[in-house]
Write a protein that binds this ligand. Structure first.
Ligand code: 13P
Length: 287
């Protein structure tokens, strides 16, 4: 059975580690993330953006896939299925269809509208035992075709959203989605510290977790981050391993073109990277 993310995130917050929240794109990704979590004995969040859900056939398909693989693979670690960067309508739909956790990203609305809409999603989700993430201040970069310039979240606004009873809160602290540019200034720990103090112990979420040096993720965890989102890094790992297989001509040897063989190195790379990140975030061995 899938669980909501409240307990695993609260335990991570108390224990000063972070839960890895990995974006799924298809069957292989889902299987690899679940396999990695089981091997690492780590509680895990599998998250899906609305774009990825559309690609996979719809929200219900994602729920069925994750639930089924969880049972078929005999997964014993806690697994939450989370909507990543949900719209107001998307979040409502996922609550209805069996996601166990949702993010409502109202950061592009005027703040008052973000508050009103967040409040409604939180009430609806909590009435069904589903955990909720909201966002204050845009995360930079491009995710699912939506580009944001990235801003530092306002601690006062964070405090207001935290007071609505949200379970964990995403706040911009200089993090961006995708590959970090060579001249990236790094995470803004001063702002993170201010936000952490303002939200009164509410767990914080670090988006754009791909490629952040581990000394920075560790410092962020010490300042209240309890969930770290990773998408790009698994995609890069899969692509590099697949490229190597093809460049070595292995797809042309024997039945090397069989998808089960062609996709195997990429899948092994996803599993290895996921375990490496779980160890770095401190959630390995916590299930
Ligand atoms: P990356 O693609 O940079 O890892 O970001 C993932 C993310 O934050 C999903 O919300």
């Amino acid at each position: 059975m899938l669980v909501n993310a409240t307990e695993m995130i609260n335990k991570a917050h108390e224990g000063h580690y972070a839960i890895g929240a990995f974006n799924t794109n298809n069957l292989e990704w889902t299987k690899c993330i679940l396999t990695a979590a089981e091997k690492a004995k780590a509680p895990v969040m599998i998250q899906c953006s609305e774009g990825a859900a559309k690609y996979m056939g719809g929200f219900k398909m994602v729920v069925d896939l994750v639930k089924d693989l969880h049972d078929s693979l005999g997964i014993t670690v806690p697994v939450a299925l989370h909507l990543d960067h949900g719209t107001f309508e998307g979040a409502k739909k996922c609550i209805e269809l069996g996601f166990t956790s949702v993010m409502f990203d109202g950061s592009h609305y005027d703040f008052e509208e973000n508050v009103e809409k967040s409040k409604e999603i939180i009430a609806l989700a909590h009435s069904k035992g589903i955990s909720v993430e909201c966002e204050v201040g845009g995360i930079g970069g491009t995710e699912d075709g939506v580009t944001s310039s990235g801003e530092l979240a306002d601690p006062e606004e964070c405090a207001k959203i935290a007071a609505l009873g949200v379970d964990f809160l995403a706040a911009g602290i200089g993090n961006i989605h995708g590959v970090y540019p060579a001249d990236w200034a790094g995470l803004n720990f001063e702002r993170l510290d201010e936000i952490d103090k303002a939200v009164g112990g509410k767990p914080l979420v670090l988006h754009g977790g791909s490629g952040i040096p581990f000394d920075q993720t560790s410092k962020a965890i010490s300042l209240g981050v309890s969930k770290i989102n990773v998408n790009t890094e698994l995609q890069l790992s899969f692509a590099a391993a697949t490229r190597k297989y093809i460049e070595e001509g292995k797809d042309l040897q024997g039945k090397g073109f069989d998808p089960r063989k062609l996709l195997a190195p990429g899948c092994e790379a996803i599993i290895a990277k996921t375990i490496e990140l779980m160890e770095a975030f401190g959630c390995a061995g916590k299930a």
